[in-house]
Design a protein around this ligand. Structure first.
Ligand SMILES: CC(C)(COP(=O)(O)OP(=O)(O)OC[C@H]1O[C@@H](n2cnc3c(N)ncnc32)[C@H](O)[C@@H]1OP(=O)(O)O)[C@@H](O)C(=O)NCCC(=O)NCCS
Length: 268
């Protein structure tokens, strides 16, 4: 039984448990999105501010996707005045162009000969899932719980490149996150890209990311791929660009209650 596969330090595990519990209460409400990290607002609404703050009080973080860049300064000033801190990721998105670029990459490129690709699922040994989570963490990426990595909690895929000795060297994921009756039902999370430092530059993340996009488009009906990228993460930006996933006029706006977060963060 993999119900309790959470990863990271005590603060991160506690955050995931709180979010999972909150999702149980809110999963039928189309205003909210969730793919294993935090319950978030799908997009800005009239009652967004109190909802963001309430999410921050409960989880430590209240995130709003599709928030207009042009309104960010005003929002952050309001949150700060109310005693919260804030953070942002640039909201990247790709549509059909991303599918086409990914299909081309998947068709034309080859992974290094020593690697095989494995999809995480119910049958994947716990030890390998733990190794993948450790790889993500070593690259500064926060893993989602095992139920999401394995594609059990929501439709999704995690692809892992495994070397000759059986260890993961890179990973990429894509997972449904919005409510079917919400504003963006067929936009899916795409990302959690990570390549072990000594294997970077071999186009491994590019190919795994492309395969994940192609799979979600063809097999799951995804029509948009969204991911939060730091303004200074050049490697991620370049990789996204190669796969037709580009910056937009939106951000992932974050309202944070650092006392509740307990030293954790929700980045990546
Ligand atoms: C981002 C990351 C996954 C890339 O992994 P990788 O396997 O080395 O990437 P690839 O070899 O597949 O590179 C694909 C493309 O990304 C770009 N890229 C990768 N690393 C880059 C770098 N250091 N600087 C600039 N561009 C870079 C290039 O455009 C490259 O293709 P090109 O050389 O043909 O133009 C890896 O650097 C990593 O694990 N970073 C830390 C975690 C992270 O930031 N993840 C992204 C979360 S949003």
């Amino acid at each position: 039984m993999n119900e309790e596969e959470y990863f990271g330090d005590a603060a991160k595990v506690a955050l995931m448990r709180r979010s999972r519990a909150l999702h149980e209460l809110l999963k039928d409400d189309p205003r909210f999105s969730y793919y294993g990290r935090v319950v978030a607002l799908t997009g800005p609404t009239a009652d967004m501010l109190p909802a963001m703050m309430a999410l921050a009080r409960m989880q430590g973080a209240g995130v709003c996707y599709y928030f207009p860049k042009s309104d960010a300064d005003g929002l952050f000033a309001t949150l700060q005045a109310a005693g919260f801190t804030w953070d942002r990721h640039e909201h990247y998105r790709g549509g059909e162009d991303a599918f086409r670029a990914s299909r081309q990459v998947a068709a034309e490129m080859r992974l290094p000969d020593d690697l095989t690709v494995q999809r995480l699922d119910e049958a994947t040994p716990t030890g390998l899932v733990r190794e993948v989570a450790a790889l993500l963490q070593s690259c500064g990426v926060m893993p989602v719980p095992g139920a999401f990595l394995r594609g059990r909690a929501k439709p999704g895929i995690t692809l892992v490149a495994i070397d000759g000795s059986g260890h993961p060297v890179a990973s990429a994921s894509s997972i449904f996150l919005h409510h079917a009756d919400g504003a963006h039902p067929r936009d899916v999370f795409w990302g959690m890209l990570a390549t072990r430092e000594d294997r970077r530059g071999e186009k491994i993340a590019l190919q795994l990311g492309a395969m994940a996009i192609e799979h979600m488009w063809v097999n799951e009906g995804a029509r948009g791929f969204i991911t939060g990228v730091r303004q200074d993460n050049r490697s991620s930006q370049a990789l996204c660009g190669r796969l037709g996933v580009h910056d937009t006029d939106w951000i992932y706006a974050q309202c944070l209650d650092v006392a509740v977060l307990g030293g954790s963060s929700v980045t990546k």
